[in-house]
Design a protein around this ligand. Structure first.
Ligand SMILES: [Zn+2]
Length: 112
């Protein structure tokens, strides 16, 4: 009975840990500090897989920012983004983050 009490109830399910371990090996998990950036607090939550669920909204922002700065057509692609395992950005909408980054990139360009 004793060994049960050592288990944390906040632990991820074993299958989810296994999946993250594989993705980590493939370098598909974001380890950038922007995961903890509170600027992303304003973004809406996202749970839709088509919207890039669990993809890193911080990386989506960077993608949008460089596209906005380069003045290329907005071209959000969740497939290209690494996963996010932790932080503020984990459940944020990557699509919304891309748009925010794109707008910031355009604004940066407009500065004298
Ligand atoms: Zn990231």
């Amino acid at each position: 009975m004793e060994h049960f009490s050592k288990k944390s109830k906040f632990r991820l399910p074993r299958i989810e840990i296994a999946i993250f371990e594989v993705l980590n090996l493939l370098h598909m998990i974001c380890t950038d500090p922007h995961r903890y950036d509170s600027d992303f607090d304003v973004l809406p939550e996202s749970q839709a897989n088509s919207e890039g669920r669990h993809k890193c909204a911080g990386c989506a922002y960077d993608q949008g920012y460089s596209d906005g700065l380069a003045r290329v057509e907005p071209n959000f692609d969740a497939e290209d983004l690494p996963y996010s395992q932790a932080g503020v950005v984990r459940h944020k909408s990557p699509h919304a983050a891309y748009n925010m980054g794109y707008a910031d990139g355009m604004r940066q360009l407009a500065r004298p």
